[in-house]
Design a protein around this ligand. Structure first.
Ligand code: TRP
Length: 367
């Protein structure tokens, strides 16, 4: 876990101004080097925007995953979602990246909905609620266009008959002192929370169990989930499986000043279920790196580095590097005013939502 004076990153809390350099140290993950990117690009042809821009920036054993792949031993992908509410744009970031990996490597994907986790960690949520959000969130996953023949989405509750015996095997190898050290479990933590990390480890070897031979697993995820997979990497070899590899991304900042997008502050995030009107309004009300007045902004320029409008462009809405650079420069020079920048973003967000929501509706026909 990473708890600093100015920021906190744990699987349950992400807040403050995150220093990603410090996180690399805290978690002991490796940076994605230019060499590794080249190697990836050799297989994928192009680099995904999120990789090119360093927004997926760290990994564990990615080199090994590519060694195995090059040796004719392809990997499967595993990612997931804790269904505590509706999906917002920040959630889509690692999923879109995962979709790209699936397409480029032809990988199978296991997508875990941890309705059990969100029940155990959120005092206000019932199991019925988290299970029903698992369904709602799955519609967003499907809408992103994963290959239906190579993708399995399951809720822990619904799939427990398969998961539970495997989770028990993992749980037997994790001591209480490990969960205390890694997750900060305390004497007053409920005992479901203490057990839960074993459930999130299961999809990292499930495909090996099914096929009766070891298959490499690559987990794309936002970096807050690393503690889970650090434990999984410790335990799985002791059960005779490979350590899972991972590739880790940053958080899409919230529309309010500082921090991640938070489902608990609805104005700070755009949900996939928001109407175009609501979404546009959220963009137009966003915090920016601008000055107090137009005159000042023209004179002094604005600060795109702290601006959610610019960050949204970087993460999701401006793929063209030249155009993005131009926005950055014009913003700094005081030529691009925040109102205009927001307007451009609002249109892009509305267009995305329109198309996403159509696909989301269609997804309801699938099981
Ligand atoms: N615990 C994650 C969350 O709260 C959900 C999750 C389960 C997950 N398995 C995963 C996320 C694998 C990334 C990768 O969102």
């Amino acid at each position: 876990m990473a708890e600093h004076n100015d920021f906190v990153v744990t699987p349950w809390e992400v807040s403050g101004e995150i220093d990603y350099e410090k996180l690399i140290n805290d978690f002991g993950v490796d940076r994605i080097t230019p060499e590794l990117m080249k190697r990836l690009e050799g297989h994928t042809g192009t680099l995904h925007t999120l990789l090119r821009r360093g927004l997926f920036f760290a990994h564990r054993d990615l080199g090994w995953i590519l060694d195995e792949y090059e040796r004719g031993n392809p990997f499967y992908l595993y990612t997931g979602r804790g269904p505590s509410g509706h999906t917002h744009l920040g959630h889509l970031v690692p999923w879109m990246f995962t979709r790209w990996l699936q397409e480029k490597f032809g990988s199978k994907l296991l997508f875990q909905m941890t309705d059990d986790e969100k029940f155990l960690f959120n005092p206000g949520l019932s199991l019925e609620e988290t299970n029903s959000f698992a369904y709602e969130n799955a519609l967003d996953v499907i809408a992103l266009g994963f290959n239906p023949n190579k993708t399995e989405i399951f809720s822990d509750i619904d799939y427990c008959k398969t998961l539970y015996p495997l989770a028990l095997g993992v749980a037997k190898k994790i001591t209480y002192s490990t969960t205390k050290a890694v997750f900060g479990m305390r004497n007053d933590s409920n005992i479901g929370q203490i057990f839960f990390s074993s459930v999130q480890a299961v999809p990292a070897f499930l495909e090996s169990v099914r096929q009766g031979r070891n298959i490499p697993c690559l987990i794309p995820h936002a970096i807050d989930q690393d503690p889970y997979f650090r434990v999984a990497r410790d335990v799985l070899p002791r059960l005779g499986y490979f350590k899972p590899a991972s590739i880790q991304g940053r958080f899409l900042p919230g529309l309010a000043e500082g921090g991640k997008m938070s489902a608990s502050i609805p104005e700070s995030a755009i949900f996939t279920t928001d109407t175009e009107k609501t979404a546009k309004k959220k963009v137009m009300n966003a915090f920016t790196g601008g000055q107090a007045t137009v005159a000042e902004q023209k004179r002094l320029g604005a600060n795109p580095d702290i601006c959610p409008v610019y960050h949204y462009m970087t993460f999701l809405f401006e793929d063209d590097d030249t155009k993005l650079k131009e926005q950055y420069a014009r913003c700094k020079a005081g030529e691009l005013l925040c109102g205009e920048h927001k307007q451009i973003l609002a249109e892009k967000v509305a267009a995305f939502l329109k198309s996403h929501q159509q696909k989301r509706e269609k997804a309801k026909e699938k099981d």
